[in-house]
Write a protein of this length. Structure first.
Length: 63
């Protein structure tokens, strides 16, 4: 028997978004493409709101 709600489910839409920063395992911080610490880039933070770490849980922040 299939639960009723599965009749109406659909896959979540995947957003195509490339982050302008990457995780640096040596520093254990997100860094911009030119090597600066992403949490110190005020323009980046104004645009994105925060820099979410991609190492481990998505609920931890670098800034």
């Amino acid at each position: 028997m299939q639960p009723f709600t599965l009749n109406y489910t659909r896959p979540a839409a995947e957003l195509e978004f490339a982050t302008p920063y990457a995780y640096d395992p040596g520093l254990q911080l997100n860094v911009t493409l030119d090597g600066r610490i992403a949490a110190r880039d005020h323009a980046l933070l104004r645009e994105l709101g925060t820099t979410t770490s991609t190492a481990g849980s998505k609920t931890h922040f670098d800034d």
